[in-house]
Design a binder for this molecule. Structure first.
Ligand code: ATP
Ligand code: MG
Length: 399
């Protein structure tokens, strides 16, 4: 089959393919961008696979960067675009289930396509728009089926991350998992124990943010993969209550998705939970904040101090999640309260510790902190204007 119209992202990258070919090697577009082009979906990274070895690729282009040369990947800089150009490779027997024991570069496209995870991810596209489809991926695309390339159980044994990727692609494409593929995934979930948490997080996160997250999550639950994910052992029923969210709801951010997840899991210590998932501290903090807002909202309306503690964006994300939970919401009231605040951060106060020490004789220490906090809350509560004169009057009166 031929692509009737090459998307502009590919057209822009054609000179890169052509240069490699002029140097006497093969080169193709591969991976998700080809799948998405056939599906008429927007394309992100255009990846290129080639028979040239990394050192050879580097000689073809004036501007390159080594980003993963041990995996055969050279970054080619072309104008303001960059492309990952990866040598055809096979992955030999996996020893620790995490990384290939060795990567062998090969000169054959077929070998390269064989090691890819799903048939719909195993296309190659040449410079004329011809699609190389060695595993009937086109038929699977047509039938909206995710099928492992080759013998499913072998593929998931080689790299158990593919199990999570299967659920993730289900969530992004809305496809069914072909039966043998799903059976193999289900049987091999214990191998997820051996995969790095960071890589599992990436796939699970993409799953949750995808439009068909319910489909991907149902399969994940059915496979009982959660038993091999950090702090999720035996969480089938709790996970299922995510499906109680409004039917068409999709998560608007990772923070929101994970807050919803921790909410249904009834996680008490979000920081600890996310530490086990090895997320950044910043991310854990935001999820924690969202959960705090949700908890406050269970108690009633948010006051000035609540709105002061958090960013408006986060406050509204919590409100949207509540809406999806079928709860009473009032984003307008929250926005108004937030916008009525005269300061959003203590740095905006027209007073600071230095002034209190110099002009009022305070000494550095807890008392100074208490006074500053008292002023801060007086301003936030709307009882004191954030103006130098007003604050000084307040301080004089207070003495
Ligand atoms: P997305 O559109 O979300 O980027 P993608 O299909 O491009 O999806 P990537 O994770 O970017 O997925 O990987 C690019 C390609 O590399 C895949 O399409 C697949 O062919 C191959 N691939 C990536 N990870 C694996 C893996 N663990 N096992 C086998 N093949 C893989
Ligand atoms: Mg990709």
């Amino acid at each position: 089959m031929k692509l009737t119209k090459m998307p502009s992202e590919f057209q822009k990258a054609l000179p890169v393919l052509e240069k490699i070919k002029e140097a006497g090697f093969e080169a193709y577009f591969v991976g998700g961008s080809v799948r998405d082009a056939i599906l008429n979906r927007p394309i992100h990274d255009v990846d290129i696979a080639t028979s040239s070895y990394p050192e050879e690729t580097k000689q073809i282009f004036p501007r390159t960067a080594d980003i993963g040369i041990e995996h055969g990947t050279v970054l080619v800089l072309d104008g303001d675009e960059e492309y990952e150009v990866t040598t055809f490779r096979t992955e030999d027997v996996y020893v620790d289930y995490r990384r290939p024991s060795s990567v062998s570069f090969v000169r054959s496209l077929e070998e390269d396509l064989k090691r890819r995870d799903f048939t719909v991810n195993a296309f190659a596209l040449d410079e004329t728009g011809k699609i190389v489809d060695l595993f009937d991926g086109l038929r699977d695309l047509e039938n909206q089926v995710l099928r492992a390339v080759g013998v499913a159980s072998e593929r998931f044994n080689e790299d158990a991350l593919r199990i999570m990727r299967g659920f993730r692609f289900q969530a992004s494409l809305g496809f069914e998992l072909e039966q043998e593929t799903f059976e193999a995934m289900k049987a091999l979930t214990p191998l997820l124990d051996k995969i790095s948490v960071e890589r599992i997080f990436v796939e699970f996160d993409k799953l949750l943010l995808a439009p068909y997250w319910r489909v991907g999550l149902s399969s994940m639950i059915e496979s009982q993969a959660y038993d091999y994910l950090p702090d999720m052992v035996g969480s089938q029923e709790k996970l299922q209550s995510l499906f109680d969210l409004e039917k068409d709801f999709t998560f608007e951010s990772s923070e929101q998705a994970w807050a919803a997840l921790l909410w249904v899991l009834e996680v008490e210590d979000a920081q600890q939970f996310l530490k086990h998932w090895k997320t950044s501290r910043q991310f854990a903090k935001q999820v924690q904040n969202l959960l705090s807002i949700l908890a406050l909202r269970e108690e009633g309306e948010l006051g000035n101090r609540d709105c002061y503690r958090f960013d408006l964006d986060l406050l509204l994300q919590a409100e949207n999640l509540r809406r999806a939970q079928g709860k009473e919401v009032n984003p307008q009231a929250i926005t108004e309260t937030y916008e009525s605040l005269t300061i959003h951060d203590k740095k905006e106060m027209q007073i600071n510790g230095g002034i209190l020490i110099k002009e009022y004789g305070y000494h550095p220490g807890p008392e100074l902190g208490d006074v500053l906090e008292e002023i801060e809350y007086a301003i936030v509560d709307g009882n004191l204007d954030n103006e130098v004169e007003a604050i000084h009057a307040y301080l004089r009166e207070r003495k």
